[in-house]
Design a binder for this molecule. Sequence first.
Ligand SMILES: Cc1cc2nc3c(=O)[nH]c(=O)nc-3n(C[C@H](O)[C@H](O)[C@H](O)COP(=O)(O)OP(=O)(O)OC[C@H]3O[C@@H](n4cnc5c(N)ncnc54)[C@H](O)[C@@H]3O)c2cc1C
Length: 499
Amino acid sequence: MGMKRIAIVGGGISGLAAATIVERARREGAAVEFTLFERGSRLGGVMITDHVDGCLVEAGPDSFLTEKSWGLDFCRSLGLGDQIIGSNDNERKTYILVNGRLVSIPDGLMFMVPTKLLPTITSPLFSWSTKIRMGLEYFHAPKLCTNGDESVAQLVERHYGREMVQRLADPLLAGVYGGDAESLSAAAVLPRFVDMEKRYGSLSRGMLAARKKMAAMMREKHGANHQSAPRPLFSSLKAGMQQLVDAVADFLPRESMQLNREVTAILYDGTQWRLVTAAGVEVFEGLIIATPAQLAGRLISGVAPPLANELLDVSYSSSVTVTGVYDRADLRNLPPGFGFLVPRNEGKRMLACTFVHNKFPHRAPEDRGIIRTFLGGLRDASVLAQSDEEILAIVRRELKEIVGLEAEPRAERVYRWNRSMAQYGPGHMARVRHIQSASNQLHSFALAGNAYEGIGVPDCIASGTVAAADVVEQLGLPRPQVAAKGEEKAFTRPTGVSR
Ligand SMILES: Cc1cc2nc3c(=O)[nH]c(=O)nc-3n(C[C@H](O)[C@H](O)[C@H](O)COP(=O)(O)OP(=O)(O)OC[C@H]3O[C@@H](n4cnc5c(N)ncnc54)[C@H](O)[C@@H]3O)c2cc1C
């Protein structure tokens, strides 16, 4: 059997994870190799770490959820085990802006489900009517019939009322997806909640039962007296997310990586894939497209029009991250904690703000602090068209209004993310099933990226890994050993903006 060649389009973390699997199979003796095409001049896609005034600044993702084990496993498989750092969870406190004042999210609130009575009852975050609803929610009966998918706002409102949507669900989701609770699918974004509603009716009861089960599992595994130290909510790397990209780049053969090489068209004759770039046409037996879905749709439109249409229909939101480096002394009036979220009805442009120096070690020297803000999202895409000066002026004004920060930053950076965050609208999971079955019609073909089964870095690693294993297997080679995609289902929690 001759050497099988796989083309990977896109050098973000999804494409890099796919390349890693193919490369491992090659090293283990499989007759397979790959070429990765990246249109930009660097690998990593939205994962970029900058160095600004002695500080480590993340332009895109700053961390990933520890609970989603694909992230840590991938880092360890690349020899980065001793480089992993956790968020400073003993300082974890997140605030919500309510009527112009920062109110901390009460202890025991899991996403928006209360699991501790006292902190919830005494919290000024919610009105009494919401608190009463939270109490009554405990007695909800299981939901017997389902009318298909609904929005997160509908699900949350049914359990806890409108105020919970506005004060918590919406700002939390704006921070993760750049989206809002009305336009995100409950089944795609909160699958565990949908499941709990069916089984228990009450999300509070479902959450408590899940925690009990987890504690029993831990006791069984580690013995009755075992007190395991809680794992940090977020993980990152000492030298930033770029360290992961660099480790993958070191692992992959240089000659397989084609930078500054945009794939402009893809042809398929039933057995072979032809990829068109400015350098000519190259032929492959297998293909993985790991670009945002809309770009994948455009590339595949001549080969599989119905699949292309589904891909073109996935919408994306745009965002801007702004980082300011300050003298630490100028930040002494900042409240302790990781940062704050801003509900839409507070009339601000800022969606979220992270006090980076509190959230992670190894980010700023003792005498500096880093403030990262997040703007844009589905409702405010126009911010991308504003100049850096205008954006910086908005951020400075709002930081002054919200936390009284008047000091000049030592340095500032603005990063624009045009259509980078996939939006999982109602019906998303059905679309993913259509996309999957249309992809299966094409031989030795798979899609990877943040548009399908999770937007976070670990989800993207999972999607690239499984895509590569599928394509290697479809080429008639032994399937590389990888975990199945659905093996872990963490709660969707904000992937890093503030909590
Ligand atoms: C601002 C921001 C903050 C985030 N924060 C977090 C966080 O804290 N935690 C977390 O878990 N997740 C976070 N995410 C989400 C996560 O980072 C992304 O979902 C993930 O990195 C996407 O990786 P990807 O490889 O699928 O796509 P991308 O990183 O978009 O990579 C796609 C690549 O394909 C290339 N490409 C496109 N078209 C072509 C073509 N025709 N030919 C060749 N190459 C092409 C592009 O140049 C790009 O490099 C964040 C995302 C953003 C934008």
